[in-house]
Write a protein that binds this ligand. Structure first.
Ligand code: PMV
Length: 309
């Protein structure tokens, strides 16, 4: 039996604007993980996919062509030149909440690729894994920037520009993030489409907002590289102000962001597509407990603390 894992991710700066070519910064979140298990089954059974969390078991041969799990299995087997006439059970489970901005779709796909590589004793570098997962991201997201598959496949903090070279960057001083879940599921595809429609109606205004977000991502990278937590926190809060103007925040997110600020966070913002899902707050060792408590009191469904760097 072969097993593959992949972490979740959080976007620190630049979501949505990244779809329009602006830079963004994302980090892995190792506290939540997807897991895939591949094992041989009796001859003639073909490939079965068991999606534990969704309570679904189905034959690969019967899945529709736009099924994301089918797509990643088929494309991985093709990429490593293993035929599809195999007899396998592929079981997937994940502690990453679905549709909450933590990259569950990309992580599940990455875990499947890793488990298949292990099972067939093959090797692909992180770039090749990321490219395979990107194809399934198109099914989940419609028009993905590629940031989720990149940060999850490389498992490092990344400075990402769509269709540009990906850069892994140096975290000068490790920092703590509190990640809190509104409990509200939100479709990345719908949020991205809504922003696109708004941009089509008011291109100049929206391009200005995207550029401002891109500038914040640049400055955010410098702050992280210099270990300047105060500036990083201020930039997160400013990024949130611009995301609000893009109309991707929500009352639940604003409630949690306000609570984190009251608890003494250096900065706070939504993370991912918004409209629900998770928010992140930058905290110190001293404020971490207080901020986490305030978030729970404000109704967070889950609170994770992760150290970056
Ligand atoms: O909601 P998530 O974790 O899939 O993040 C989406 C990030 C967006 O910038 C909104 C879309 C994208 O493809 O980059």
């Amino acid at each position: 039996m072969a097993v593959g894992y992949a972490s979740g991710k959080a976007i620190l700066f630049g979501e949505h604007a990244v779809v329009y070519g602006q830079p963004a910064i994302a980090v892995p979140v190792t506290q939540v993980q997807a897991r895939a298990e591949v094992k041989d089954v009796g001859r003639g059974q073909g490939i079965t996919i068991v999606a534990r969390d969704l309570g679904r078991t189905y034959k690969l041969s019967e899945a529709p062509p736009d099924d994301a799990l089918r797509t990643i299995v088929v494309s991985t087997l093709e990429r490593v030149r293993v035929g599809q006439e195999k007899d396998l059970a592929i079981t997937v489970s994940s502690t990453i909440p679905v549709a909450r901005g933590l990259g569950s779709g990309a992580a599940v796909s990455t875990a499947i690729v890793r488990a298949l590589l292990e099972h067939f004793d093959k090797w692909l570098d992180s770039r090749a894994i990321s490219d395979l997962v990107f194809e399934t991201e198109k099914i989940h997201h419609g028009n993905p920037s590629g940031i989720d598959n990149t940060v999850i496949a490389f498992e490092k903090p990344v400075y990402f520009v769509k269709e540009g070279p990906m850069e892994i960057f140096w975290v000068q001083r490790s920092f703590l993030l509190v990640i809190a879940d509104t409990g509200v599921q939100s479709s990345t595809k719908v949020a991205v489409e809504d922003v696109r429609r708004a941009w089509e109606k008011e291109p100049i205004r929206y391009e200005g907002l995207f550029e401002d977000i891109g500038t914040i991502a640049e400055m955010g990278r410098q702050a992280i590289e210099q270990g300047d937590m105060e500036t990083m926190g201020r930039l997160m809060t400013e990024n949130q102000r611009l995301l609000r103007l893009l109309k991707v925040s929500s009352p639940e997110l604003e409630g949690l962001i306000g609570a984190a600020q009251q608890g003494g966070a250096l900065g706070a913002k939504l993370s991912g597509a918004g409209r629900g899902g998770n928010m992140i707050a930058l905290v110190t060792q001293e404020t971490c407990g207080q901020v986490s408590m305030m978030l729970r009191l404000a109704g967070a469904k889950d609170v994770i603390v992760t150290e970056v760097g």
